[in-house]
Design a protein around this ligand. Sequence first.
Ligand code: FES
Ligand code: MG
Length: 570
Amino acid sequence: MKSLRSSEWYSGDDRNAYIHRAWMRRGLPGDFHHRPQIAIANTASDLTPCNSHLDEVAQSVKNGIYEAGGIPLELPVVSLGETQVRPTAMLWRNMAAMATEEMLRANPIDGVVLLGGCDKTIPALLMAAASVDIPAVVVPGGPMITGHFRGEALGCGTDVWRLSEEVRAGELSEQLFLRSESAMIRSRGHCNTMGTASTMALVAEALGTVLPGLAGTPAPDSRLLEGAQETGRLAVQLVAQDRRPSTVLTRASFHNAIVALAAIGGSTNAVVHLLAIAGRLGINLTVDDFDRIGAEVPLLVNLQPAGRYLMDDLYRAGGFHAVLREVRDLLDPDALTITGKPLVDYLDDAKIWDADVITPREQPLLPAAGISVLRGSLAPGGAIIKPAAASPHLLKHRGQAVVFDSIEDFHARIDDPELDIDENSVMILRGCGPMGYPGMPEVSNMPLPKKLLEQGVRDMVRICDGRMSGTAYGTVILHVTPEAAAGGPLARVHTGDWINLDVRNRRLDVEVPADEMEARGVNEATVKGFANPRRGWERLYVDHVMQADTGADLDFLVGSSGSKVSRESH
Ligand code: FES
Ligand code: MG
């Protein structure tokens, strides 16, 4: 076994080794400095309600680390609560990743257990671990159990969108809507729909970074703590075997993640997160890989927002492995998990117990469910759509643009009875990309105009350079690249232009001749209005953020610096 990284701090008889050891003695076993030092990167926070139970999970991880002879060291890291943080949690994903990476590198740590849950937390932790490249394993905090209202299951997020549209359509009273608020969040854990948190937990397991079988375990389930303890023991072994992100994660791992993403009907946000993680590892993953690998994969999981059930049901119905087993032939058999064994080796005993929740391969919910990547004169760098969450009749559509320059502009005008819009219009919202907002918020699933909702219209084509909540649905084209604020064609579109969407042929075009588009010039308000912060993180972010098609990471964070620290502190 090679010597521990932490021994660069702790071994020796010199003054510096004395200092490093002396201050750490309080409460630790006397021989602590000879044992593997395992950090627990903990995103627990009262302001991230989805992760607030992770302190208890951390205790189980600690027990496992001690059992295996390691020293657990809790490291609170930047946490992001999707529902609280303004203007959008995505603005700080890269900051959370950078801060975690730097603290893992700066400290005498040999390996790390990553505790995440709410949307951005697992992606940020994996980006950090990839860039510092020490042995790392994820414990997903797990989804909450199902809440009910008026006898029906309530899906986090998805039912907020649905019920609020019902209020606007005059089908639900405001009182009942508000009463549903206290029933939405029934327990600890993250959103129970197939939103971004559920998606990233399962995708992290498909990548191989989670103890096999653990992802999707509901947060209040005792098996989560059991798995956390086992993960603690595993983390100590990882150090002994020097199994690092760069040795576990390969192109094959990302292949499996993309297959899984399609089969579960996962969040579109996984595209930017996986691209960013791959970028840290130097793996050449492109947005087109999602279409090429995932587009023909069947949808097998009947969960909101694409379907009906919730995460608790998925677990009861056989869990993630039962899904993977159905698409085993599409998985790369060489991709390893953190245990050293291939992912496919864990699927033999998996079984579907409720075929209404997990559908067998022969009767999929949809025959082809992956994300489609569109290109054309409106999105030269690509845009994405999740057909599983869209209306089939709108997947080929020609309509006239109604353009909004910002989310504020949208809110100010959308319910104006005079607004010239009908169900065939194409709603365009710009200025919501990584640079433009800044932070690429989840605003792309614009609510429909009240007057059309009252007429019974429930979906329209919407186009935006921002993201969409993983819990949302509709015929929404997202991540348009380049974004308006970066001078993309979206900044030159006018209300009334004809827009052509053809998902089958992967096209998104504006019917305006190229020379006329060029001559138009960009809308300055959209380009400069919000993307010009004076100082601080926002300034750094706007100056360095990359476009969605490369994961919206900061340009100087791509790649890895490894775990070496150049100099002593004293
Ligand atoms: Fe945290 Fe949905 S708000 S997972
Ligand atoms: Mg979200």
